[in-house]
Every structure is written in C-alpha cells, then in structure tokens.
Design a protein around this ligand. Sequence first.
Ligand code: SF4
Length: 345
Amino acid sequence: MKPSFYDLTYTDLETIVERHGFNNSVTPTLFNWFYKKKRNSPCHNLISKPALAFFERYYDFSLPEIDTVYESEKDRTVKFLFKLNDGQKVETVLIPFNNKYSICLSSQVGCAMNCAFCFTGEQGLKRNLTTGEMIGQFLKAWQWLAENRPGEERILNIVFMGQGEPLHNFDAVKKACEIFLSQFGFSVGVQKITISTAGYLPGLKRWNREMPGVNLALSLHSPFSEKRDELIPINRKYPLDEVLAYIDRIALNKKQFVTYEYILIKDFNDGPLDAEKLGTLLAGKSAYISLIPFNPFPGSRYRRPDMQTVERFKAVLDTFRIPTLIRGVKGDDVLAACGQLNSNG
Ligand code: SF4
C-alpha cells in the first residue's frame, strides 16, 4: 500500500523534494493546494510533470470515506462516521458557533483508557490513527460543509477530544498539529488547537517539551481520588495530585490557560462538597473550568443532573473566581456530545 500524502509534514515533504531533485517550490505549492485551498484534485500545471507523476505514483491522496452523516436537528451539530482504509470506523464532530465551527477529531480507533463515563472507552483500543487519517477527518468535514452548507466552511478551532487519548498516540498527533500549524497550509493559530488528556503523564511531559503553545485540557471529573479512580482508571497509575503538580510547573505563555473538564454526574460528583473541593484545588491557577452535564449513551450506568444542580455547582465555583462555562450538550440528540462517540455508528 502507498503511504498517505497527508502523513507528511512540511519538513518531510521538503526532504523528499530535495532528495529527488525537484524544484524547491514544489513543497509550498503542494501545501497551498491541498491545505490552504483544500482542493481534492491533482494540481496539474502548478508543479513540473515529473514531480506530479512522482507524487501520484508513490503517494496515496485518498481521504477517509464518509460512512454516515448525522445532523442534529436541535443545534446544527454534525457527526461523521468515517470508514478508514482497513474498514475500521471513527467519528468526528463539527460543533457550530456563530456560523463557524469547532472540529472534534479522533486520534485512535477506540481507546485504552477505559473511562467509565465514555462510550469509546468501553470499546478498548483497536489501533492508533495515522497523521493522515486525522488530517483526512478535517479535510472531509470541510468539504462536506462546502457542499452542504456553502459559505459556512469555516472551522476555526481544532480539539483533539474525539475518540482516543491523543497523548497516547503522541507522534502522529504531533505531526498532525505541525501540518495544521504550517503557514504554507492550514495556517491555524497555535491557540486554536487543544489537546485533551485523561492525565496520561508520559504524554503530558512530551506535550510540554515538544508542543509549545498548543492548549491543554485535562479531564478532571472529580477532585476525590476514589471517585476519580472509578471514572478514569489511569488515575491509579498517574494520580491527580501528581498530574496537577506537573501542570503547575509548566511555564504557560500569557494567553494560555489549562482547561479542566468536569463531567457532572447525578448524585455522584455534582454536590456542594465536590464543587468546594474542586474550587480549592484550582483556585489561583491559570485555570478555566468546563462543566459538562453527563451525556448518556446506550447502557450507561450514570445519569445527567438537572440544570438547577449544574447552576448550583457553578455558583460554588464562582465564589473561587475561577472562570467556568457550562457546555457539552450540543449534538446529544445524535450521540455526538462528549463521551458519546463510538466506532460502530
Ligand atoms: S474519555 Fe477520552 S481518554 Fe477516556 S476512554 Fe473516552 S476517549 Fe478514552
């Protein structure tokens, strides 16, 4: 099988172009064509015939196939079930805001982290996604918007919060970010990319060293170890206090915040004591809390609290002066909300 063109970073492509003696302009031209202009046809006449023939012969330009599209009637969220070359499937979500979109990308088929509140976690890890498959999710979603909602093909934020633990597939995710950030291609601003982690400390250390400026979101979900152990089993290996102590030592730039995700589960972690302990833990940090009322999925044992409870929880956090937003119920009618993704559609 040919390697995917979409696996190549700008530097990878430069190396190939140089090795084969093609003109230096081939690299920016290809990045401009496929990523800035987002064309899905060969770029005839823009690069030399031998260079075009070489890339067509040795690289695969196909994108993941859309298996099913689910459109929320409630809020215009779109969920894609993609079929990959080997038949595996992953989901990607476009979340609308003011006629623009955030895209939630998957980084693995299934996930090894086994979080108790997550549909993906129940499926176990099937395999890592390649860089090209992550870039492919973005390009296909963009093309779908261009065809189905013309004028709305503006995807401003990229969040690695779909299926998988992105820091557990670090190398491929890092390369995807390099491609998104390249000024010759997508040219996405570094603050527009967020990596979400369950607290996988080895990956977190690499993120800190190797991906400066890319935002971080930590799935916190309970300030109490016993409850967090139940929700996020890797808490037993990398306990929250160790993860938070490590994050505290990271030199964030002035505009950077760490987002702490907190899924509120009825009668489990949604009480005033939970809120106070959470506030105490995060007060004074460059923190931003994202409260997500639990999104049920088939067979889940947890339930969503009512909005009054959610508001009460937020009110306690407000007393600690931590910026807090309630979110994450968009697309729940098509199982596209946080924790609801799966590989079977
Ligand atoms: S919440 Fe994220 S890390 Fe946990 S099982 Fe689901 S996909 Fe994996």
